[in-house]
Design a protein around this ligand. Structure first.
Ligand SMILES: NC(=O)c1ccc[n+]([C@@H]2O[C@H](COP(=O)([O-])OP(=O)(O)OC[C@H]3O[C@@H](n4cnc5c(N)ncnc54)[C@H](OP(=O)(O)O)[C@@H]3O)[C@@H](O)[C@H]2O)c1
Length: 428
């Protein structure tokens, strides 16, 4: 029997879209043998049709009119790889209303207006798949949605931003400063010229919102995610962390229990023997703690044209197969959870204080911790004279108490500067 032809309409042919066209060409026969479906990238919309592209596309395929692609009745599956909110949102809503399955890699869109899009897909009875939106090539959304559908995910820890992981790896292994490591990341093409979205944690926060939505079946948007970046992390923090048996990572942490859902992104000290501590360079990994399955870790390339295109293509095949079977894979009814504010969450903390070098400093500092009910687990004094510094690790404390402690420390005349505050990842 001849394979069924599935006509794909691609919106955007940049890094990921271009790699997708190549991958479909390479894999077309194998996919047809395996699935009985032959993929045809029938229309491709771009902003500038005159631009030189790595992939050859005929004039009957290439267009600057994205709306014509989502309105084309012969298209079965629309793949959105433009990025940003508009016009991606409008194009996806139109495609869904036209009864087409949609695949997207657009984390910004899903983390901000995902609810509206999932509802539209549900209403139209078609797929809206987005494996590539979080952790690029790593299969994460499908394992969460399908393989773990019968389990209860309790906590997810993730390294989902390759740029910051590269920077922190250089700072850890070569003693580079943040700015030196960032410059190297920019030279190698791992960081954008304006690195804000990556280094200040906004990219990871958008991904965290999507992860929490899928893992806990509740609606979480980017604005619900507490977010701190890595630009304040110093080589001294990293060296201390290492001496104490930790590695510093920019972590996504998503947790759910009877009190609600907590989703945060911040630099954290991860025990050196934790599997996430071994995730180096620009790699990503997501560590899942399930009630029945226990600990799982998914590891791989979180960005890049080909790895991301691999995830997109998996979704295209899934959407096409569902379409032929007359089914679709929705997220189900997304509940509304109470979002827990950072102030009520608990952690162990690492704090670095620049202090004056004179008797009585330790007692004054310890007194502030005691007054706020934060108990000190470990304390070290470093340097002398102008370089005197106190490094403290606390027992588990509530963020509100820790922030009050910091405010009081800033008022102490023996403290010159309150430096980094890093949260220490423990068992929960
Ligand atoms: N790059 C990655 O590693 C990666 C990883 C995971 C997820 N993603 C996501 O994948 C998506 C695409 O990323 P990318 O890196 O491939 O972006 P990109 O290289 O900037 O490509 C964007 C494409 O969209 C086209 N475009 C822009 N506005 C358009 C419009 N109004 N109508 C039609 N086409 C339009 C551009 O056309 P021209 O070519 O004519 O300029 C270009 O081909 C984003 O949502 C991104 O967050 C990317």
């Amino acid at each position: 029997m001849d394979p069924a032809v599935i006509r794909v309409g691609l919106l955007g042919c940049g890094n990921v879209g271009g790699a997708l066209v190549e991958l479909v060409d390479e894999q077309r026969d194998a996919i047809a043998d395996r699935t009985g479906m032959r993929l045809d990238v029938a229309r491709v919309a771009v902003r500038n049709t005159a631009k030189q592209r790595a992939v050859a596309l005929g004039p009957d395929v290439l267009t600057h009119d994205a709306l014509a692609v989502v309105d084309d009745p012969s298209i079965d599956v629309v793949v959105e790889l433009i990025g940003g909110i508009e016009p991606a949102r409008e194009l996806i809503l139109t495609a869904l209303a036209n009864g087409k399955a949609v695949v997207t890699g657009n984390k910004e869109l899903l983390a901000n207006v995902g609810g509206e899009l999932f509802e539209a897909a549900e209403k139209a009875g078609v797929d809206l798949l987005f494996e590539a939106a979080v952790a690029g090539g790593i299969p994460l959304i499908r394992p969460l949605r399908e393989s773990l559908a019968g389990d209860r995910v309790q906590r997810i820890l993730g390294i989902v931003n390759g740029t910051t992981n590269f920077i922190l790896t250089r700072m850890t292994e070569e003693g580079s400063t943040f700015h030196e490591a960032l410059a190297e990341a920019q030279e190698l093409g791992y960081a954008e010229r304006d690195p804000t979205a990556d280094v200040e944690g906004f990219d990871a926060a958008a991904k965290a919102a999507i992860i929490a939505t899928v893992a806990f079946g509740v609606r979480v948007v980017a604005g619900d995610v507490y977010n701190e970046g890595i630009s304040g992390v110093t080589p001294a923090d990293i060296a201390f962390a290492r001496r104490l048996g930790y590695v510093v990572k920019l972590l996504v942490m998503a947790e759910a229990d009877s009190r609600g859902v907590a989703v945060r992104v911040h630099p954290a000290m991860v025990p050196a023997d934790h599997p996430l501590a071994a995730v180096r360079e620009s790699f990503n990994a997501v560590f899942i703690e399930g009630a029945a399955v226990g600990d799982l870790m998914l590891y791989g390339r979180g960005a890049g044209g080909r790895p991301t295109a691999s995830a997109v293509l998996g979704d295209v095949i899934d959407a096409a197969a569902n379409r032929r079977r007359g089914t679709h894979a929705g997220l189900g009814m997304l509940g509304k959870a109470r979002i827990r504010h950072i102030e009520e969450l608990s952690s162990e903390y690492y704090i670095a204080l620049e202090v004056v070098d004179r008797p009585g400093v330790l007692a004054a500092v310890a007194g502030v911790f005691g007054d706020n009910g934060v108990s000190i687990k470990q304390m070290e004094q470093e340097g002398i004279g102008k370089d005197a510094r106190l490094i403290l690790i606390t027992h588990t404390a509530v963020e509100r108490a820790m922030q009050a402690t910091l405010a009081d420390l800033r008022d102490l005349d023996v403290v010159d500067r309150v430096g980094s505050l890093l949260r220490v990842v423990g068992s929960g």
